[in-house]
Design a protein around this ligand. Structure first.
Ligand code: HMG
Ligand code: MG
Length: 310
């Protein structure tokens, strides 16, 4: 298999942790619901490819996201894997469901804009934060690890460009609540590298440590890799990506797939940055999943490397 030539860049971190979201952000947006056995096999293959943080599913209302309504059936089938399997929980009901299955890594998901808070959580921004407060408190008291997602950090389909100060305020609230890490979401993929840089600089100045930040780029306008590189230059070492570029968001119609994990791994390998991921196994997994979904992966790297094998 072709691999990129390695030319390290001394200004970048030596290692990046990939937070794989294909099984959650990817599959939540599929028109058809993928059978539980196929999801379990997908997560197992991702672990086998070397991914160590694999977001597994969401304990949300099944009517809101029917594609993930099998969370109770899926989680026990994969919980033996020696990897972190974070799950999304919007409220205490979701947390109860996750804790009952032994999940200890959870993620709440806030919005920087009122429109998306309403569409995604049926709450205002501040009502959603109030809903998360007991979730974070109880998860931490159980010895858990809490990620705080923040959606619409750059642009919003209803409100347009999102002021940086608005994003910083909600980030601060999530950190003050006790979240261990934040993930900055470009839910509809409109960010460009200068905007990413500006937000990271403001967050730094507001006292949010870069070490607690991850980035979550959707690739609608083909900017996800460029935005990732801008974030790495700021010292970010956690990057969300989705195998094969699966993804989107059911409550933000203009969102397309996440940054493809394969495209990310190709770039990081070329930069000499360690991820622990076996690119060949990952590509094979995405080709296998694309067959199940009945359409080719949108990832350029998956296409290039799988065509080579034929
Ligand atoms: P609501 O209708 O306001 O719910 O929805 P409620 O609190 O009024 O409760 C209504 C009923 O739902 C009650 O049942 C609750 O028990 C039940 P009843 O008493 O009427 O029989 N209920 C639940 N059942 C199961 N599990 C639960 C749960 N919660 C309540 N957890 C709610 C509010 C938050 C529940 C709803 O809006 C919801 O589930 N939203 C989830 C939306 C979602 O998952 N979106 C995708 C993830 S976010 C994303 O993709 C962005 C991200 O990738 C980053 C980025 O790209 O920006 C993370
Ligand atoms: Mg997303």
């Amino acid at each position: 298999m072709t691999l990129p030539m390695v030319v390290p860049d001394q200004d970048l971190p030596p290692r990046v942790r990939i937070h794989e979201v294909g099984a959650r952000d990817g599959l939540q947006n599929e028109k058809s619901t993928v059978p539980t056995e196929v999801k379990a096999e997908f997560v197992r293959r991702l672990a086998d490819a070397g991914l160590t943080t694999i977001e597994a599913t969401s304990f949300v209302h099944p009517k809101w996201v029917p594609q993930l309504a099998d969370a109770e059936q899926l989680f026990p089938r994969i919980s033996d894997l020696p990897v972190d399997l974070p799950v999304l929980v919007p409220n205490e009901r979701g947390l109860d469901r996750a804790l009952a299955l032994g999940a200890r890594r959870v993620a709440v998901f806030a919005s920087a804009t009122e429109s998306f808070a309403k569409a995604n959580l049926n709450r205002t921004v501040d009502e959603a934060l109030a809903m998360f407060e007991p979730v974070v408190g109880r998860a931490k008291a159980e010895g858990g690890h809490v990620r705080g997602y923040l959606s619409m950090c750059f642009g919003d389909p209803w409100e347009g460009a999102v002021p940086v100060a608005q994003v910083v305020r909600v980030c601060r609230a999530l950190v003050d609540m006790g979240c261990d890490e934040l993930s900055l979401g470009d839910t509809i993929g409109v960010a460009t590298p200068g905007h990413v840089s500006a937000l990271l600089t403001e967050l730094n100045e507001a006292g949010v440590p870069t070490t607690s930040l991850g980035v979550h780029f959707h690739d609608t306008y083909g900017q996800a890799l460029a935005n990732t590189l801008a974030a790495l230059r700021h010292g970010v070492t956690t990057v969300d990506a989705s195998a094969g570029g699966l993804g989107g968001c059911p409550y933000a119609k203009s969102a397309t797939g996440n940054l493809a994990t394969e495209d990310l791994v190709w770039m990081l390998q070329g930069l000499g940055i360690d991820t622990g991921v076996d690119l060949g196994r990952l590509v094979a997994t995405s080709v296998w999943m694309a067959d199940h979904l009945g359409r080719p992966s949108p990832s350029r790297t998956v296409r290039a490397l799988s065509h080579q094998e034929q």
